[in-house]
Design a protein around this ligand. Structure first.
Ligand SMILES: [Zn+2]
Length: 146
């Protein structure tokens, strides 16, 4: 199941939050009928995206009237994007990815948003409550552009 929430901000930007699983049943009609200008998509809650879901999402982005900004993309989306960089084509700018971090000193875990670019998991590593810096739980090339 996928949940789609939308909210228009004062400047006319449509903010769309997508959560759950994106698969072949992904139906963005509720967004397409309201998108007149800029769209910002919040994707931290997308747990998984199937290969047919990737196609459906790609078509959705192409169908939007203007360019799209993707923010806080989840690990599931980030790993698809690093494998298929053309996934969202030239129509979408990926601003940030919300990725899993762990603390090597105390073992604490948390999700943290970093810019979607090479080296960001180190440059923008979150500070742990214990005082140390946290490390990405996984390989940077798994989630971020090389
Ligand atoms: Zn710690």
């Amino acid at each position: 199941m996928v949940q789609i929430d939308k909210k228009k901000s004062a400047d006319g930007t449509l903010h769309v939050t997508i959560a759950g699983k994106i698969d072949e049943r992904f139906d963005p009609a509720v967004v397409l009928c309201e998108a007149r200008g800029k769209v910002v998509m919040h994707l931290a809650g997308v747990r998984s995206i199937s290969s047919l879901g990737v196609r459906a999402f790609e078509q959705f982005v192409q169908a939007l009237p203007e360019d799209v900004v993707l923010v806080h993309i989840s690990p599931a989306i980030a790993s698809q994007l690093t494998m298929i960089p053309n996934l969202v084509g030239a129509r979408a700018v990926v601003e940030s990815a919300k990725l899993p971090f762990t603390c090597p000193a105390c073992g604490a875990e948390k999700s943290h948003s970093v810019p979607f670019r090479a080296g960001a998991s180190v440059e923008h590593a979150p500070k742990c409550a214990c005082g140390g810096y946290m490390e990405l739980d996984g390989l940077p090339e798994q989630y971020l552009p090389a």
